[in-house]
Design a protein around this ligand. Structure first.
Ligand code: NAP
Length: 482
């Protein structure tokens, strides 16, 4: 018995349990074809079998392809024979090999070809893979889809992976057929339009944290800038002016200055675009005009800015908690105690210093708790169960309160050092003073926005009121969601 006969003998529709045992499927099950018995082809074939489809693989070597890797119950035929057995054909072959389809043009006429291919980089080819496929087989209906799934996610089932499938194509019927298969496999299919969108779908898997890029650049830039600034002010200054080597402070002291500074600036950068947008709306007297692109982009990455800011705040807390066990701190404390005893000195309890210290710590703790709350509620699983009002109360009202508490925490850290000339080494202000600039500006602008007369105007604008609306042509207005 030849390999082909063997696979034809198994050609009745069967489906598989997750343990890959053959389970009889309804006799009238629909057949689909998969070209290519590689990683994606086999995973897709297995999933199709589990969903109750009959699967026919089209392979260059149908006889040798019937290895143990082929899902049980699937049939393996040559491309031409496989194409004749089904109306819907998934092309799980790399784009470079698509020319094998040209001699099959007659068999593929009227068939729906699903292009699953991806590229190694953006703009690798002049046209999208799906458009190239359509040009090779003009008689077929090409649909781009399933390319955002991986072989791994297909094998693991819908409960353990991305459920969204994007498709596009020229023929509505062909897209409906593909969407029906996607739905039966447990995915939710989204029609993205015509085949011209294929390039965009092919770029999806190549994206690398697109919304995190700007916040990460900002965090890295700020960390590097403040690290070098503080290195000069704290370490190099001590070495140059007093000949003292305190470079060991780089590891903890310097890091524990950079982290809160970056955290506070990034938190204020989360709220600055919202405030700027409000002033822009006030100035324009309408909400129906687009924000500049830079402001739009900035507003879209506020969540990522906030989460990175929270990360830096966490580091600040961890560095602060280890202060008592640091060798330098223990040494200094012991030395001070010994010298007080030796000199038989007594020190007065300073109530003001105690108030200042406790307030500083307390504001820090409160600010950090709210910070964590903001981070938790920005997670989709949590924000999905909140109403819009609850979400906006936490992210806006409590968010500004967090900024206020953290800013006050930093002002208390500076306390009376703001006016002391010794603070300004080499005429430069300390890092914590610099980092107070943006949060203070944001809080001042926010204060202006919540004054009753400004608040009333901005609320009216957000409800659709336009200054001088009667004189303007309403067709010029374009609604905008803020
Ligand atoms: P693969 O493991 O390399 O398999 C490709 C299959 O194509 C081979 O097993 C072979 O099957 C067939 N093939 C190879 N050379 C051929 C030729 N010259 N002519 C005709 N058929 C040929 O690749 P894959 O990972 O399954 O990926 C297949 C396609 O899906 C690619 O376009 C890829 O971009 C896309 N994709 C893959 C994944 C993934 O997770 N792997 C995810 C999304 C999209 P036969 O030996 O049976 O002919």
């Amino acid at each position: 018995m030849t390999g082909q006969e063997r696979s034809e003998e198994k050609s009745e529709c069967v489906s598989l349990s997750p343990m890959r045992e053959a389970v009889p499927a309804p006799p009238e099950c629909e057949r689909v074809c998969v070209f290519g018995t590689g990683d994606l082809g086999r995973s897709l074939g297995l999933r199709l079998l589990q969903a109750g489809y009959g699967v026919v693989f089209g392979s260059r070597r149908p006889h040798s392809s019937s290895s143990s890797l082929i899902p049980h119950g699937a049939q393996v035929l040559g491309h031409a024979a496989a194409a004749q057995s089904a109306h819907l054909i998934f092309i799980a072959v790399q784009r470079e090999h698509y020319d094998f389809l040209v001699p099959l043009a007659n068999q593929l006429k009227g068939k729906v070809l699903v292009d699953l291919s991806n590229n190694l980089r953006k703009n690798q080819y002049p046209e999208a893979n799906a458009e190239y496929l359509q040009s090779l087989v003009p008689g077929a209906e090409v649909v781009k889809g399933f390319n955002t799934l991986s072989a791994w996610s297909l094998q693991n089932g819908p409960s353990d992976a991305n459920r969204q499938v994007y498709i596009c194509g020229e023929s509505v019927e062909a897209k409906q057929a593909v969407m029906a298969v996607a739905t039966k496999l447990g995915f939710s299919a989204l029609d993205r339009g015509f085949l011209s969108v294929a390039r965009e779908l092919e770029d999806f898997p190549l994206q690398l944290f697109p919304q995190w890029r700007l916040p990460l650049y900002i965090a890295t830039g700020l960390s590097a800038a403040f690290f070098f600034y503080l290195l000069i002010r704290d370490i190099i200054y001590a070495y140059v002016t007093q000949g003292e080597d305190i470079s060991f402070r780089i590891m903890v002291s310097l890091a524990n200055k950079v982290c809160p500074i970056v955290s506070l600036i990034m938190l204020s950068l989360c709220y600055l675009p919202g405030v700027l947008a409000s002033f822009l709306q006030l100035y324009r007297g309408t909400k129906y005009r687009r924000f500049p692109d830079w402001l739009d982009r900035w507003m879209l990455c506020r969540k990522q800015l906030g989460l990175l800011a929270l990360g830096f705040a966490f580091l600040h807390v961890l560095y602060t908690l280890i202060i008592p066990i640091r060798y330098y701190v223990r040494f200094k404390a012991t030395e001070r105690t010994v010298s007080v005893i030796r000199e038989n000195r007594t020190t007065e309890f300073d109530t003001t210093a105690a108030w200042r210290g406790d307030s500083y710590l307390s504001l820090g703790i409160l600010g950090f708790s709210l910070y964590v709350l903001l981070g938790i509620t920005s997670l989709p699983s949590v924000s999905n169960v909140l109403s819009w009002r609850e979400f906006s109360f936490i992210q806006s009202k409590l968010g500004h309160l967090t900024l206020l508490l953290c800013t006050a925490h930093t002002y208390l850290y500076g306390w009376n050092k703001f006016l002391s000339s010794s603070t300004y080494k080499w005429y430069t202000p300390p890092g914590y003073m610099l980092c107070l600039v943006i949060p203070s500006v944001v809080l001042l602008l926010k204060l202006l926005l919540i004054t009753p007369c400004v608040d009333r105007t901005i609320t009216r604008i957000r409800q659709g009121w336009e200054r001088g609306a009667d004189q303007r042509n309403p067709k010029d207005s374009q609604p905008l969601i803020t």
